[in-house]
Design a protein around this ligand. Structure first.
Ligand code: GTQ
Length: 349
């Protein structure tokens, strides 16, 4: 009796559509899917192919005019969204000798992962840090930050890093604010290395009581990260899925370095053939060292140093290392954890 004909239903749908309404029962399976159906797909960017475009961008516009000279990496399945995953943004930023990228701040949190070149600096809330390949640098929400590079005469060289920001997530929440500093370069209030000495040596100043959501360390130098991975690779059992994988932490809390973005570094021994896993946190990888391949949802991508690839939510992923490989990665894991929706699955075969 309640089973009306298709035409009667279609007529009903048309009439309610005028009032911006639609019937849930036609969409329920899409809105509440059995398992994640990520709009994003797995993709890999070859650094060797991208690098010439950065050189070209360097001739096209100065860092100062561009504010940030960045080529944005867009997930091929959601072009136009400035997103590499549904929640995260990634871009390759270049700063040439003698250039500055002027000071600003925004509610979006950012990480930098240095891919090529050394000697440029980022200043965060009054302290500068010199960038070296493999360094993991954060600019937490609402902190003033500018970037610069010594002139060629001072030994400056082009420096390129991967930017990871929570731009799509903050846009989703409608919580984005930004402002420019009144000067291009912010004043320095602490000498270089101060944050690392205070907070990055397994010590805290004796009366330090803050447990802020963001780490007080803003450069996690690659030399120390690498030494840790090398030691553990020699001494510990290699995880069949991850190799040796560590996470960057906020030393005040043991939690993530920033509240919206998690970052990781892992090493895979030569010949490693990893088991398959899935995570709900879609993840962006930057290859630090080594040749290998990653299988993402059944598709194999070969990678080499400086390549970037993205794994969508709940895609089956496994690694193979032809040589010893070091991989940096980041995801929205802190948010999913805080909300209680993070899921992981590790398959054995
Ligand atoms: O360096 O402040 O890739 O504000 C996008 C937005 C970098 C930055 C990006 C930004 C920055």
């Amino acid at each position: 009796m309640n089973n009306k004909s298709d035409e009667v239903r279609a007529d009903f749908y048309r009439r309610i559509d005028q009032h911006h309404l639609f019937p849930l029962w036609e969409q329920l399976h899409n809105l509440v899917p059995k398992e994640p159906a990520d709009a994003c797909i797995g993709a890999l960017w070859r650094y060797r192919e991208l690098r010439p475009y950065l050189t070209e961008a360097g001739r096209l516009i100065t860092a100062e005019e561009a504010i940030r000279r960045v080529l944005v990496l867009e997930n091929p399945a959601i072009r136009g969204a400035a997103s590499i995953t549904t929640s995260l943004y990634a871009g390759l930023q270049m700063i040439l000798p003698g250039e500055i990228a002027p000071s600003h701040r925004h509610s979006q949190s950012a990480l930098r992962f240095v891919v090529e070149g050394r000697g440029a600096f980022t200043a965060v809330d009054g302290e500068r840090t010199t960038m070296e390949p493999g360094d993991f640098i954060i600019t937490p929400s609402w902190t003033w930050h500018d970037h610069g590079n010594p002139t060629e005469a001072e030994g400056g060289e082009p420096v390129i890093w991967l930017d990871g920001l929570d731009i799509p997530m903050v846009r989703f929440f409608g919580a984005g604010f930004a402002e420019n500093y009144e000067e291009p370069v912010q004043p320095l209030t602490r000498p270089e290395g101060n944050s690392l000495a205070r907070y990055g040596m397994n010590l805290l100043p004796v009366r330090h009581a803050s447990r802020s959501k963001t780490s007080p360390i803003f450069n996690y130098p690659y030399s120390r990260t690498r030494e840790t991975l090398d030691t553990l690779l020699r001494q510990d059992q290699v995880d069949p899925w991850d190799g040796v994988k560590m996470r960057y932490i906020n030393p005040q809390t043991g939690s993530w370095a920033m509240p919206t973005i998690a970052a990781f570094m892992q090493i895979l021994p030569r010949g490693f053939s990893g088991q398959t896993y899935r995570n709900t946190d879609a993840t962006v990888f930057s290859v630090v060292q080594g040749k290998g391949s990653v299988s993402i949802a059944g598709q194999r991508h070969e990678f080499e140093a400086r390549d970037i690839f993205v794994v969508p939510s709940w895609a089956a992923v496994s690694f193979h290392a032809n040589e010893e490989c070091v991989l940096f990665s980041f995801s929205d894991r802190p948010v999913q954890e805080a909300l209680g929706i993070l899921r992981e699955s590790r398959e054995t075969h």
